[in-house]
Design a binder for this molecule. Structure first.
Ligand code: HEC
Length: 106
């Protein structure tokens, strides 16, 4: 519910030509394309990937990940983390993807 409210608000803001901070819809499109295969549609990690890479992946909606600042998340998206260096390239701006990741909060 809250999520759709946030998304509609952003779509309205974009349609109205309001100052464009981050574009959740563009972030979602990029996430679906570049991240979903490993991080899941709702941020829940794909167990096969975690097993294959022998890492303990955290859900992107978890308090640990949501507790990181936008700057930290952007850095991970740009530079990668742990065994994923770099994180497979994001076509869209990291800011848009971070805005989308914020909607995955549990
Ligand atoms: C090929 C699989 C794969 C793809 C594609 C991928 N990731 Fe990851 N990602 C991982 C793995 C594995 C980790 C955990 C790395 C570690 O902790 O060693 C990770 C970690 C992360 C983290 C840190 C989470 C934490 O627990 O601290 C973020 C944020 C993240 N990925 C975002 C993204 C975004 C955004 C994209 C798309 C642009 C993306 N990833 C694409 C596999 C992937």
């Amino acid at each position: 519910m809250m999520r759709s409210v946030i998304i509609s608000f952003c779509l309205l803001a974009a349609a109205g030509g309001a100052a464009r901070a981050a574009d959740v819809a563009a972030g979602k499109a990029a996430y679906d394309k570049s991240c979903k295969s490993c991080h899941g549609a709702d941020g829940t990690p794909n167990p096969a990937i975690a097993k294959m890479m022998k890492v303990d992946m955290r859900s992107l909606g978890s308090a640990e990940v949501q507790g990181m600042s936008d700057a930290e998340l952007k850095k991970i998206i740009a530079d990668g983390k742990g065994k994923m260096r770099p994180m497979p390239a994001a076509a869209s701006s990291a800011g848009d993807i971070v805005a989308y990741i914020r909607t995955l909060k549990k």
